[in-house]
Design a protein around this ligand. Structure first.
Ligand SMILES: Cc1cc2nc3c(=O)[nH]c(=O)nc-3n(C[C@H](O)[C@H](O)[C@H](O)COP(=O)(O)OP(=O)(O)OC[C@H]3O[C@@H](n4cnc5c(N)ncnc54)[C@H](O)[C@@H]3O)c2cc1C
Length: 285
C-alpha cells in the first residue's frame, strides 16, 4: 500500500515561500492531477506536500488596469460563474466548461493546469492566444513570464523549484475576438485529441484581421503557437480562400505524434478542419 506523504498547510505566502526554500516539497492545489501520482505508478510520488488551498493571496478574479487577473487557485467553476471572465475571456469560460465534469471543475484550478504543463491541458492554448503572462513568486520576489516562454519542453515549466505560480494576467485588447474548440472522444471527461484557441482583432465589415494568434494543444510536446498559419491569416478577411490557405498552412506546419489517443495524421487533418470551420463561422458563409 502506498503511504500518503505528509502535508504542510501554511497560512501565509511568506510561510509557503520559506517551506519551498527549505525543500523538497511539492505544492498541491486542487489535487486533481497530483493525487493521481500518489500511488507511485506514474513516477516518484512527492516526499512532502505544500497545501496551497488556504492561501487567499492566490485567490480572486479582478480587473487590474488593462488586464483581467486570475489567482492561481481559481477553479473552473469560478471561471464559469465569473461575470468578468464571461465578458472579457469567453474562450477561457468555454475551455473551463469542457474540463472533466462537475467534481473536477469544483476542485481543479487554472494554476494546477498551467503547472502540470500537459500538452493536452485545455486552458493553455487560451493563455497563448490571449498573450497571457504568468506571475511567479518566491522569497526572492515576483517576476512575470509570458505564456510563450512558460512551457519550454514536455511537461516542464519556467518555475524554479522554490517558486509558486501566483496569478495569471490576461491583457485586454479592444475589438479582440476569441474562439475555442476542443476535440475529444466524448463531450465530457475526455482528454483532448486537438485543442485550439484563435484570437484576432476584427476591424469590422471590410477591415482585415490583425494581431492574429493561433494556439494549439495535444499536437506537440508543449502547447504551441502556429506562427506560419498566423502569418497566413494576418491582414486577411475570413473568406473561403483565406480559410483554405490557412488550413493548408496549418496541416503543413503541424508535426504531431502518434499516441494511444490519435494518429499524427488524424490530428493534422482535424486541426486543419477545425480551423477552417472557425474561419467559416467567423465569416458567416
Ligand atoms: C477525471 C479527471 C478529468 C480531467 N479532465 C481534464 C480535462 O478535460 N482537461 C484538462 O486540461 N485537464 C483535465 N484534468 C486534469 C486536472 O484536473 C487539471 O489539470 C487541473 O487544472 C489541475 O489543477 P489542480 O488544482 O487539481 O492541480 P494539482 O493536482 O493540485 O497540481 C498539479 C501540479 O501543479 C502544481 N501546482 C499547482 N498549483 C500550483 C501553484 N500555484 N504554484 C506552483 N505549482 C502548483 C502541483 O505541484 C502539481 O505539480 C482531469 C483530471 C481528472 C482526474
Amino acid at each position: 500500500m502506498p503511504v500518503e506523504p505528509p502535508v504542510v498547510s501554511p497560512t501565509s505566502l511568506a510561510e509557503a515561500y520559506a517551506l519551498l526554500a527549505e525543500g523538497p516539497i511539492t505544492p498541491i492545489a486542487g489535487g486533481t492531477d497530483l493525487m493521481v501520482a500518489l500511488t507511485g505508478e506514474l513516477g516518484e510520488p512527492p516526499e512532502r506536500m505544500l497545501d496551497l488551498w488556504h492561501l487567499d493571496e492566490l485567490r480572486g478574479i479582478s480587473l487590474d488596469g488593462d488586464a483581467v487577473v486570475l489567482g492561481a487557485l481559481t477553479t473552473y467553476t469560478l471561471i464559469r460563474r465569473s461575470g468578468l471572465c464571461r465578458e472579457h475571456l469567453p474562450a477561457l469560460v468555454e475551455a473551463a466548461a469542457t474540463i472533466g465534469a462537475a467534481q473536477i471543475q469544483n476542485r481543479g484550478t487554472i494554476g494546477g493546469n498551467v503547472v502540470t504543463a500537459s500538452p493536452a491541458g485545455d486552458t493553455l492554448p487560451v493563455l497563448l492566444a490571449l498573450d497571457a503572462s504568468l506571475v511567479c513568486g518566491s522569497r526572492r520576489g515576483e517576476r512575470e513570464v509570458p505564456a510563450t516562454a512558460f512551457w519550454p519542453a514536455y511537461r516542464q515549466t519556467a518555475l524554479a523549484p522554490d517558486e509558486l505560480l501566483l496569478r495569471i494576467r490576461f491583457p485586454l485588447a479592444a475589438g479582440r475576438v476569441t474562439r475555442f474548440r476542443k476535440v475529444g472522444t466524448r463531450r465530457a471527461q475526455s482528454i483532448s485529441k486537438v485543442v485550439m484557441a484563435l484570437s484576432y482583432r476584427d476591424a469590422g465589415n471590410a477591415g482585415p484581421w490583425t494581431d492574429v494568434r493561433l494556439a494549439l494543444g495535444s499536437v506537440a510536446p508543449t502547447p504551441i503557437r502556429a506562427s506560419a498559419t498566423e502569418a497566413a491569416l494576418e491582414g486577411k478577411r475570413p473568406t473561403p480562400e483565406t480559410a483554405d490557405r490557412a488550413a493548408e498552412t496549418l496541416a503543413e506546419e503541424l508535426q504531431p505524434i502518434d499516441d494511444v489517443r490519435s494518429t499524427a495524421e488524424y490530428r493534422r487533418l482535424v486541426a486543419a478542419r477545425v480551423l477552417h470551420r472557425l474561419i467559416r463561422e467567423a465569416g458567416g458563409w
